[in-house]
Design a protein around this ligand. Sequence first.
Ligand code: GDP
Ligand code: MG
Length: 682
Amino acid sequence: MAQNGTRAAGPRCIALVGPFQSGKTTLLEAILARTGAIQRQGTIDAGNTVGDASKEARHHQMSVEISVATASFKGDNYTFVDSPGSVEFVHDMRAALPAVDAAVVVCELDEKKVPQLQLILRELEDQKIPRFLFLNKIDKADATIHEVLRVLQPASRSKLLLRQIPTFSGDIVSGFVDLALERAFVYKEHAPSQVIPLEGDALDAEKTARFSMLETLADHDDELMEQLLEDVQPPRDKVFDDLSKELRDGLVCPVLLGSATRTNGVLRLMKALRHEAPGVAETAKRLGVKPGSSVAYVLKTINSSHGGKMSVARVLSGKIGDGVHLATPEGEAGRVAAVFKLMGQQSEKRGPAEAGDTVAFGKLDHAKTGDTLSDGQQAHPPVVKVVPNAPVLSVAVAAKERKDDVKLGQALNKLLEEDPSITVVHNAEAHEVVLWGQGEMQLRVATERLSDRFGIATASHKPTVGYRETIKKGIVQRGRHKKQSGGHGQYGDVVLDIKPLPRGAGFAFSEEIKGGVVPRNYIPSVEEGVIDALKHGPLGFPVVDIAAKLIDGSYHTVDSSDMAFQLAGRLAVHEGLPQCQPVLLEPIYQVEIVCPSEATAKMNALMSGRRGQILGFDTRADWDGWDVVRVQMPESEIGDLIVEVRSATAGVGSFTFKFDHMAELVGRTADQIVAARKSQAA
Ligand SMILES: Nc1nc2c(ncn2[C@@H]2O[C@H](COP(=O)(O)OP(=O)(O)O)[C@@H](O)[C@H]2O)c(=O)[nH]1
Ligand SMILES: [Mg+2]
């Protein structure tokens, strides 16, 4: 067949992606069983699948990171990257995608999951990854299966193309017709489907469905269009060539059917991948790999509990074996200690990896996820820059035992190396280590890893909000520090004119000393004392937007000192501020929420419950059916906002935020915050 002319050769790398719970991990298992890579097909319920074998994944019964496994099919190696469906772990998928030749988007015929599907297809479209849809759980399908395109098309920017149609026995899907092959099959449980004659109603249905498949293909092929108009049957090879070309160019997204649990449709999927998906040569071209050196892309980093680090990488050109020195664009990556073939959590030493192979390299100390590695004199420039989503949820973590403090820092560095969508912020003021990430589950898994892999027990709590306080009116206040104890005394005396400043002005110190009543050399000490006193205002928070002017004072030739004037300055502030109508200031952020339009109205209600102020609505540029809601809200309310935004949007809504201003806060909420601070300090 002519399709062999365009068929890619060599090892492939294929991503399994799709909404949460659509059956990706089960499909990986089915593929491994069908290709003989494993003896027996495990199940999610039994907790014995190759994917999701990490302690955290088993514990939560969901994929929390990518799993990589290699199978051999008709003489070629296929490495599958089973990706988590949850938006919280999207970065693990996103960072792996550049390495793959194509993606299989596992989905269900469920309108509620269409927004999630749209998000995932967006990732693939943006990265220009050829993609198939695998409509899974066909064993549970009913007659609505005919609505496939109506339901799923809105999620995809490229045209969906039905490659197969189901055939029924009663109400149950019992097989399918392959529209390109023009052959009918009946499903066999855990066995290859059987070819049956295509006749009767099935033949009629096939004719209609095949025609619309060809029409879709003809959108991008004038010759085929002419043949259709003239009622000429296009040669089968031409149809296959078109399917392959249009898939690779991202013009169409073919839809295949199957059931992962019953291993139905798996062989057809493998054959489609074999004949139609591009290989490493095209992927290297997509990524702009330059000839010369051996080049590999790191799609995942694993730090295992026994101290070994593995960099899962796809070799894009050349050959990389033990002992090879690799570099990243930033510098040395390390020397390859060993090359492994992966089967989920299991690894097995193998020979050198060649172009197309997806393997794990041992002990590349300085390589991290997303790095481009090369062995040449000059490092290869990054083939892609994968940017994590901005974090949306934070939690403060602390080691339960003091002795683990240093270890905690090191372990966190390793976690960040694995997952750059987590960031760590050190809040010096509150003495907190704050983890920022994509959601509750991601951060929970991160803290579980701290204990499972690094043996560090941690406690988490809500991060401290950056409250401040200021004053509403001014005062002229004297501060006198005087001590007479035996010989040398202490004497400092100042008068400060304290005034509120406009919001955002910070702190200003000035002096208007006449006649040297406070000698010049003591004035900086007065300022120091004032600054020190402003660290804790009468409400318990740092004081801002305030001016202090030194206008008067007195000194003693023997007893005055820097220390005494510092104390005097501090005293004046301490005594003066409580009389200046202190008021709490809270940080207000500008928040931009993105959500499917049908959820926009819910954002209104959500905001009023969180002291948010809606500034405006817009349609989201370049995202059909999505809106942008701009709001201002207090920092304290953003803490767990993502939880509610996601629950109002079937998991797909999100937001970004940035600090806007400090605003006065009075009334009950303010009183509670001040009381909490006082009891904390006590
Ligand atoms: N009936 C049916 N259930 C399936 C099929 N594939 C997966 N499942 C079930 O769907 C659930 C989610 O599967 P899983 O592979 O973890 O989905 P993932 O989140 O996409 O990896 C599990 O309970 C599977 O047993 C299928 O083809 N038919
Ligand atoms: Mg999974």
